[in-house]
Write a protein that binds this ligand. Structure first.
Ligand code: ATP
Ligand code: MG
Length: 597
């Protein structure tokens, strides 16, 4: 099915405006953006913590609201930029007082709560390295990452410490300090109560001169394809955070902004904390759990203007609020403050874009990036039209290409050289020309793996994509997930999106099952919307539906119903696990699996 292009109306004059895409691409340079942000001609001295908080206080905007914490019971606490500067200074002084040194690693194991933001930004302003973990990780993933990352400080809660850290503490001899936030009834041995330390610390901490190449963040990848890797990012990345948030998220000063990503994932830090604050926005900090009503309620009561979320969340809303439905949702909620919606992490099915337009009154803007790229690279530029199903175009300052692929789906390398695909519509490996500020500087302790990402002056992403004749990029699949069947290369995304056009289908995950005749047959795992029953008749109907949309070469040959598709904590369907289960193979690293069965 082809979806019509969604055209944009210009914003009313009183909101943030962007130059046209072509104009911005022609005029933009990272160097100028760096100079502008740092305020220095050589662009030096950038510090993520400072650019996110102090810059606004120095400009006289200390009273602006930086955080708006919405507790599980919906009570709201606001934190001004001036308060945030004082709190993060106290935290920086606590770190210094403990005897930690610049570049020491500070881990957080916390859900979304005020103290997480204080710790994260305080760590950055102190020139220590921030490494946020998912609070839902079990003890082993926590141990693995803290050991690999050489954790010196951990910030967590008493309950999380007892459940996940106490038993593994002896295995982490380098972990010198554990700071507990929130109510502490009985601090376990070897831990301190952060609140007490904060009360004694000075609210003034001058950001030390920071080299833009100093390490700032250590982020583990989602582990979708294997063991998570630790990507190293430096302070200079804030230049990319700032610029891309304007281009791809349309966020500006005092916008109420809500990023639903968990801070344990790169999106939840780069765009959940740093980027929007550099713009002087107000961040909604949702301390509750996902719940369709709660989410609509927050959009309504907090007057959210810019909303950054993920396909899986949108699909959950779609499940509860179908197109052409009875409008009992979002019916009673007033979403009129909402100006912009964006999504990342997984391919965004065109159906979801159109759903946004119809049900929320706004299309969803897809954007693509990786933990390694540190910032959004390819996106539906805020003021451009949308082609549903396309991840958009390279942002200003970003140079992307499609490289001719070899047998294994990855770029074909001959004598150290690769070739760009020149014809529109031809699939190949997506590659980027290095040189943007938030590019990762290495995988921690794995030089060889890092170097293997670069060939012939390109960074190879491991994703397959194609470009249309107007320069829009279309995601095909991860090289590892692509299915080779009877001479065709099939991207799971295409098949999943087609299935999602059927009203019964809430979500789908598609894999190749080895077959002696055709190489692999396409098999789909499908979760159903409420009101549909997992019956053979429906299976047959879906098979026929997919065949009609996709043709017999690409359509799935088999369908299984599965209401609990395995997902990473960052919301990605783990196709490798579907494959392993299907074939009875070892399940591999499951540390990032959302709810291990
Ligand atoms: P690992 O590298 O450990 O296997 P991961 O690649 O899932 O995990 P992330 O860095 O969180 O770790 O995710 C980046 C990947 O997510 C991209 O390479 C791409 O495959 C996928 N992705 C992100 N955004 C999009 C998007 N808009 N459309 C399609 N795929 C996307
Ligand atoms: Mg990856």
């Amino acid at each position: 099915m082809t979806y019509p292009i969604i055209t944009k109306e210009r914003h009313p004059d009183d909101t943030w405006r962007l130059p046209d895409y072509e104009q911005a691409r022609a005029a933009f340079t990272w160097g100028e953006a760096r100079t502008w942000l740092s305020g220095l001609p050589d662009g030096g001295g950038l510090n993520m913590g400072f650019e996110a908080v102090d810059r606004h206080v120095e400009a006289g905007h200390g009273a602006w609201e930086a955080l708006r914490c919405v507790a599980a019971d919906d009570s709201v606490t606001g934190v001004s930029y001036a308060d945030l500067a004082a709190e993060t200074s106290r935290f920086a002084n606590v770190l210094a007082g403990l005897g930690t040194a610049p570049q020491d690693r500070v881990f957080t194991l916390l859900g979304r709560r005020r103290e997480l933001y204080t710790a994260a930004l305080g760590t950055l302003r102190a020139g220590r390295v921030l490494c946020p973990l998912f609070s839902a990780f079990g003890p082993e993933p926590v141990r693995q990452r803290m050991a690999l990352g050489d954790a010196r400080v951990l910030v967590t809660t008493e309950a999380l410490y007892r459940r996940k850290v106490e038993a593994i503490r002896p295995l982490l001899p380098g972990l010198a300090h554990v700071l507990l936030v929130g109510a502490v009834t009985d601090p376990p041995e070897g831990t301190r109560v952060l609140e007490h330390l904060m009360a004694q610390a000075s609210p003034v901490f001058t950001v030390p001169p920071t080299d833009p190449e100093d390490m700032a963040l250590l982020h583990f990848t989602s582990g979708t394809t294997g063991t998570p890797k630790g990507a190293v990012h430096v302070h200079d990345a804030v230049v990319a955070h700032h610029a891309t948030a304007a281009f791809a998220l349309d966020v500006g000063p005092r916008d109420v902004y809500w990023c639903t990503a968990d801070p344990g994932w790169v999106t939840g830090t780069s765009y959940g904390i740093i980027a929007p604050l550099t713009h002087g926005a107000t961040l909604v900090v949702d301390e509750g759990e996902f719940d369709v009503h709660r989410w609509y309620r927050i959009l309504d009561t907090q007057d959210v203007a810019v909303w950054y979320t993920a396909p899986t969340a949108i699909r959950m809303l779609m499940r509860a609020t179908p197109r052409g439905g009875d409008r009992s949702l979002p019916g009673p909620y007033d979403l009129s403050s909402l100006r912009f919606i964006a999504s990342v992490g997984e391919p965004l099915n065109p159906e979801a874009v159109v759903w946004g337009q119809e049900v929320l009154g706004l299309p969803v803007h897809d954007n693509w990036w990786q933990t390694e790229t540190g910032a959004i690279m390819i996106a539906n530029y805020a003021s451009s039209d949308i082609r549903p199903g396309s991840m958009g175009r390279p942002l200003p300052g970003v140079h992307a290409a499609i490289l001719e692929r070899g047998q294994d789906g990855r770029a074909a390398v001959t004598d150290g050289h690769v070739r760009q695909v020149s014809r529109p519509g031809v699939e190949g490996e997506l590659a980027l020309r290095p040189g943007w500020p938030s590019m990762f500087r290495g995988y921690l302790n794995d030089r060889a793996r890092y170097e293997a990402c670069f060939v012939d002056g390109w960074y190879l992403t491991g994703d397959l994509a194609k470009r249309d004749r107007d320069g829009w990029f279309w995601f095909v699949g991860r090289a590892d997930d692509v299915i080779k069947s009877a001479g065709h290369l099939i991207g799971p995304f295409e098949v999943e999106s087609a299935l999602m056009e059927h009203p019964a289908v809430a979500e789908a995950g598609v894999i190749g099952r080895p077959d002696p005749v055709v190489g692999a047959v396409v098999k789909a795992f499908v979760s159903l919307r409420p009101g549909y029953e997992a019956a053979d008749a429906l299976k047959r109907e879906l098979l026929a539906f997919a065949r009609q949309r996709l043709g017999p070469a690409v359509a799935p040959r088999e369908i299984d119903f599965d209401q609990n598709l395995p997902k990473t904590r960052s919301g990605k369907v783990m196709r490798r696990l579907l494959r392993a289960r299907e074939l009875g193979l070892p399940e591999g690293d499951l540390s990032t699996l959302e709810s291990p069965a």
